[in-house]
Design a protein around this ligand. Structure first.
Ligand code: PRP
Length: 207
């Protein structure tokens, strides 16, 4: 039985569909209410967690594999894991977004940038030799420019609907983001066959 930590929310829904396509009986995932841990047949024991916690459970050897967005991996300096596969689901990108006027603004102060991903934002602006002030928000980052707190945001853009609904647009794409399958380094040694079989199944059936 493989122990899996799965990121709750959007990724969870996409992974449920993926596992169903692979032939797993996902009734327990679909019928889950507030349970945090369920079994998929006698093949997987899945825990549902916030993205950063998925990696924490991997790093502490609580689970064998984790399913998490590359945004989380890029933002944090986690080390004790192998990234085994790009699941090519949950595709989106990191981008600098603002009002169309942002491109032409000239300020006599540092630009202010709201983000849930301060490390990604810092690295990006450093790579452009731009000295900006980064303000961390926990969610609905688009509020930064909407309420006048910041000039722009660094955030995930999937469909662009949230940006459009708030009069914002992508100014510059930073990098692609997608869902990754990661593994605890030690567990990989002990469960190599089971893990590689799952990867084969995904690669042969889901592409
Ligand atoms: C994410 C992201 C954007 C939105 C982008 O937020 O931070 O707000 O999704 O998706 P879209 O391009 O399809 O509109 P999420 O819904 O995860 O919630 P949050 O803003 O509270 O973090």
């Amino acid at each position: 039985m493989l122990k899996v930590a799965l990121t709750k929310g959007r990724i969870e829904k996409k992974v449920t569909t993926m596992l169903e396509k692979l032939g797993y009986d996902v009734t327990s995932m679909i019928n889950k209410n507030r349970e945090l841990q369920i079994n998929v047949e006698d093949k997987m024991e899945i825990i549902f967690a916030k993205s950063n916690d998925v990696v924490t459970f991997i790093e502490h050897g609580i689970v064998d594999i984790g399913i998490v967005g590359s945004d989380t991996l890029l933002e944090n300096s986690f080390k004790n894991y192998y990234e085994l596969l790009d699941l090519e689901i949950g595709k989106c990108s990191f981008a600098v977004c603002s009002y169309p006027e942002y491109k032409n603004i000239k300020l006599n102060r540092r630009k202010r940038i709201a983000t849930k991903y301060p490390n990604v934002a810092k690295k990006y602006f450093e790579s452009k030799d731009e000295d900006v002030e980064i303000i961390k928000l926990e969610g609905s980052v688009e509020l930064g420019p909407v309420v006048g707190l910041t000039d722009a945001i660094v955030d995930i853009v999937e469909t662009g609907a949230t940006l459009r609904a708030n009069g914002l647009e992508v100014i510059e794409k930073i990098t692609d983001v997608s869902t990754r399958l990661i593994c605890n380094k030690t567990k990989f040694k002990y469960k190599k066959e089971e893990i590689l079989n799952l990867i084969d199944l995904i690669e042969n059936n889901n592409r």
